[in-house]
Design a protein around this ligand. Structure first.
Ligand SMILES: Nc1ncnc2c1ncn2[C@@H]1O[C@H](COP(=O)(O)OP(=O)(O)O)[C@@H](O)[C@H]1O
Ligand SMILES: [Mg+2]
Length: 357
């Protein structure tokens, strides 16, 4: 807030924004009007004037968002020990962070991993949680489009960006940084570096959940996650047919590789059935794959999501089905998974060398 002037009946609110024109003006205007209304002030009496921040104001904002004490020294305890420079580590890298990191993985593409990430994120917000997504699927960054995000993050100084938010979910994606007409080959070290940037130079706040849309199959992102976020809980998305289940098993086994050793939390089956107009369930892709995989891995099958045209359409137009039809069969399935996650905390990590009597 830069200014507040009251002249008789007219109130002028001056606000300085980190970029100009600032895309959040209409929303901010609405919120100011709503706040004023609760104090009995009619919206017509308020005028909101925006201007770009000056250098000093940017500096103050930068320092406020970067926070004081979190440096790589503390980050080192969370497994990050090598990076240099006074950058700030994301709060969820602290050993006692409240943020739960959920890795959404699959054996292959096209099984609905990104759709699950986005709708599960929204289902968690609908239970009252603060949620963010890190889109790390190098084979196709699809989260911004599914959330309907058309803008880039806001950059503040050289090493701080604020992620765009849609449907109450903040999202950072490599998609924002890769030229549209360019196909990049992501090698392990490059991926590792990009993730490090996202964890250190993005203002995440301290969400309750951070969902990772992981690339199918490969271990590079999982390896980096294991290093930066060893407390991450992994979920495997699969379709019901037996062939898909065999592929999905590989990604689950990867999580359990001693080099990675991420906690495997459960299986989510997608495209489980299609409910016809006759109310009958048609199992178009077979059945039992999710349950068999869960059984095989010794983890629970925590949800089955039906095949619904609205789910695909929602992803295409940037309004996910959990927003457009929150009481539909698919949305209720996501709500069930969100509640399961809410009720099942992460595995407790017992430090090596600690003796329990
Ligand atoms: N349950 C579902 N019902 C209908 N369409 C779905 C469902 N799950 C995913 N899809 C569609 O299938 C395609 C692949 O899904 P996507 O989430 O992009 O998969 P992945 O991230 O695993 O590659 C998308 O067009 C998506 O809209
Ligand atoms: Mg995807």
């Amino acid at each position: 807030l830069a200014d507040l002037e009251i002249h008789g009946d007219a109130i002028t609110v001056g606000i300085a924004a980190p970029e100009s024109p600032w895309r959040q003006w209409p929303e901010l205007g609405r919120r100011i009007a709503a706040a004023a209304a609760t104090a009995g002030i009619e919206p017509g009496r308020i005028e909101v004037l925006g201007r770009p921040m000056n250098d000093d104001e940017v500096e103050v904002l930068y320092r406020a968002l970067k926070g004081p004490g979190r440096t790589h020294e503390n980050a080192g305890q969370a497994g990050l020990g090598h990076a240099a420079g006074p950058t700030t580590a994301a709060p969820f890298m602290e050993p006692d962070a409240k943020t739960r990191v959920l890795g959404i993985s699959s054996g292959k593409g096209g099984v609905g991993k990104s759709s699950v990430t986005v709708n599960l994120a929204i289902a968690l917000t609908q239970l009252g949680h603060e949620v963010a997504i890190l889109d790390a699927d190098v084979y196709g960054f699809s989260v911004p489009k599914m959330l309907g995000i058309a803008e880039d993050p806001i950059a503040i100084e050289r090493d701080l960006m604020i992620p765009p938010v849609a449907h109450d979910v903040a999202c950072i994606s490599m998609d924002y940084f890769v030229p549209e007409d360019k196909a990049l080959i992501w090698r392990g070290p490059m991926l590792h570096k990009a993730l490090e940037e996202f964890l250190n130079n993005v203002y995440w706040g301290e969400p309750d959940y951070l969902l990772f849309d992981m690339p199918p199959g490969t271990g590079d992102v999982a390896l980096s996650m294991a290093q930066y976020l060893p407390r991450a809980e992994m979920f495997v998305v699969t379709t019901p047919q037996a062939a898909a289940q065999r592929v999905a098993k590989k990604s689950a086994q990867m999580a359990r590789d001693p080099k990675i050793n991420l906690s495997l939390a459960g299986v989510i089956e997608n495209m489980s059935w299609f409910t016809g107009d006759d109310g009958k369930r048609y199992e178009l892709f077979g059945s039992g794959g999710g349950a068999a995989l869960a059984d095989d891995l010794g983890v629970p099958l925590i949800g089955q999501i039906p095949l619904v045209p609205e789910l695909r359409e929602g992803g295409d137009i940037g309004v996910p089905v959990t927003i457009s039809e929150p009481t539909s069969e698919a949305s209720l399935a996501f709500e069930g998974i969100a509640k399961w996650i809410e009720g099942h905390g992460p595995r407790r990590i017992v430090p090596k060398g600690l003796k329990l009597i």
